[in-house]
Design a protein around this ligand. Structure first.
Ligand SMILES: [Fe+2]
Length: 310
């Protein structure tokens, strides 16, 4: 018998009949109930991740290991002119990346995420990205929120330093994101994404003030990608190497999922395009829904950045 928990068929069916955003939120609430039954009621949230939507974890990976991983990425890529490359991962590189993921989780990420979710969580899939100088041509480098289940967290483990002239990510916190949403800028189409938000607010309103964490190689940046506006910043020289972990709530601890199901799913071939909203949260590995799950409709609580319905 496996260690994963399975929700009874009736409850699962009731959730699966809801629109996608609500279905994933209901699943998260079930995860919270299980967690509370094991750990007691959640403590008041106090991390920057919970209060503002983004956070930094220093020393997630040793700096020397981060540098070694960046060298391995260089050896893996032939074409030097791609603006944003999802690097193929296998063999020795995959083993080292899994060790980097585990190091990050054990050095504080796990506790931070459990407090944020008030539940267990799992790593659904990972992407290894190299960003070159021309990165701003890519849609990720314009202001956006990712169309994902509202609980999804992105963890970017940096293998290259992110100083003022290096690649990085700019964020607006929950309050600023809600202000932009009230002015109609939230989950727009790719082609409507803008590089500067100055023109979105009415004249006379204070301009949004993005924050951009400066980090060292080996540090991790954690953010609620569907809940806060963000944009990638391309490096002015060289390149940026990051491992992105995509995190979702879970009925059981992350390690239990990997022990039972292995790690093959983490670097699947569709890692760069995987759409978690179209996956079944009740499946331990979040496989895609068998049927067409219908259109994505953002309810107001999600539009204004909530993690769960108020
Ligand atoms: Fe994004």
């Amino acid at each position: 018998m496996g260690r994963h928990l399975y929700v009874d068929a009736d409850t699962r069916q009731t959730c699966l009949e809801k629109p996608l955003i609500e279905c994933h939120a209901l699943y998260h609430q079930i995860c919270q109930q299980i967690f509370a039954s094991q750990h007691g009621p959640p403590r008041p949230p106090d991390s920057r991740l919970t209060v503002r939507g983004f956070d930094v974890l220093s020393g997630a990976v040793n700096r020397s290991e981060a540098a070694a991983l960046s060298c391995m990425v260089s050896n893996q890529i032939d074409e030097k002119d791609r603006v944003l490359t999802v690097v193929p991962v296998s063999g020795a590189l995959e083993a080292r990346l899994l060790a980097a993921m585990e190091s990050t989780l054990d050095r504080g990420l796990s506790a931070l995420l459990e407090a944020y979710y008030a539940s267990h969580f799992r790593v659904v899939h990972c992407q290894l990205y190299r960003t070159e100088v021309d990165g701003e041509r890519h849609y990720s480098f314009r202001w956006h929120r990712d169309v994902e289940p509202m609980a999804q967290i992105h963890v970017m483990i940096y293998f290259t330093p992110s100083g003022p002239d290096d690649g990085g990510t700019q964020f607006l916190d929950f309050a600023e994101t809600a202000r932009l949403a009230a002015n109609g800028y939230a989950f727009g189409a790719f082609e409507d994404r803008v590089l500067s938000l100055d023109g979105v607010l009415p004249k006379g309103d204070s301009p949004p003030e993005p924050e951009r964490p400066l980090v060292d190689a080996g540090d991790a940046v954690i953010f609620a990608a569907p809940r806060i506006l963000h944009r990638g910043v391309a490096p002015k020289h060289g390149h940026r190497d990051v491992l992105v972990l995509n995190i979702m709530p879970s009925l059981v601890p992350w390690r239990a999922t990997l022990e039972e199901f292995g790690t093959d799913h983490l670097f699947s071939v569709d890692g760069g395009t995987r759409n978690t909203l179209m996956t079944d949260p009740f499946d331990p590995l979040m496989a895609y829904f068998a049927g067409n799950p219908g259109p994505v409709d953002m309810p107001p609580w999600a539009m204004f950045g909530g993690m769960l319905p108020a």
